[in-house]
Design a binder for this molecule. Sequence first.
Ligand SMILES: C[S@@+](CC[C@H](N)C(=O)[O-])C[C@H]1O[C@@H](n2cnc3c(N)ncnc32)[C@H](O)[C@@H]1O
Length: 344
Amino acid sequence: MPLLATAPYSAPNHPLPWNSQLCSYQICYSGLMKADVGTNALQVLLIRQGTVVAEDRYLQRDGSEDKSTHFGFETVPEGQKAERVYKVFESVAQKYDVMNDAMSLGIHRLWKDSLLHIMNPQPGACLLDTAGGTGDISFRFLDYVRSQRGRQDRHAARSNQTLSWQQITDSYASAEPGQGESRAVVCDINKEMLKVGKQKAEELGYGTDLSWVVGDAEELPFDDDLFDVYTIAFGIRNVTHIEQALQEAHRVLKPGGRFMCLEFSRVSNPLLSSLYDAYSFQVIPVLGEVIAGDWKSYQYLVESIRRFPDQETFKGMIEDAGFFRVQYFNLTGGVVAIHSGFKL
Ligand SMILES: C[S@@+](CC[C@H](N)C(=O)[O-])C[C@H]1O[C@@H](n2cnc3c(N)ncnc32)[C@H](O)[C@@H]1O
């Protein structure tokens, strides 16, 4: 295995700064001159046929090792990812909803509706919507349980039609106030996203059944066994340690509770896949620049989608976190997938 000193290397998809034909495997210490040791400069790349197939590693100033991760197509030390993700959403927060409609031609609304239809929550259920951003999933959840409750009340009223007025009045009087109330908690690491969501909630008239909490998916600020449903929509690919977020989801769910994730996934149809790639890389960053004045954040968005595990791999990760009956549903040919699992 030859060793090769090269110029600094940043992203796996950029042209490689060495001759990848030399052999099928190379280990490259890139950007590392002896003088650089201790200045955070060591990278190790495992390359097969010109493609980086293994993680890089860095040495920090104190000489301790820090693993690397990806930020879109860039490779960054793990410790930097959360901050960079934070900046992306801080920057897009005000235009986030408009951009979602523009980028997906409104289809994200149907994907979110599908999540609720599969969830089919009943009155009384408590939701934790992690990486909940501007609240789309929680609003839909509360609307859904309200309409379920209305349907159940109408059904009960129909089956009570033979009761006397006195019996109906008595049944209302004996009903416990607040029984079966549903609650939704939107938890997000980004205050700017939550601020936009709260404002939207006020305008739309959502009340005390909705709360907003700043928190990290990897370290949720909630006790164990608290929620009936945990959702994370278009959020988990932004998290540095996905396994850790999945374990936290498992911890805060009640036994019998349901984990549901809506996320971009893999398109299997080759024609749809190439159309989707062209649209993602050539149209979305342009829309980001025109509508939000922010090319880079939307470039990150499309790149991060390509780095997220495919449907089967992610299913395995959910199972590894301890969930049972894990399954997934592809939407729009796999552009997005809904993964679901239960805590037993
Ligand atoms: C693409 S937005 C999705 C928002 C919302 N769920 C939706 O579907 O519209 C991703 C959200 O994930 C949040 N996020 C990123 N990393 C997070 C983390 N470690 N913990 C909690 N939220 C995080 C971001 O702040 C952002 O609001």
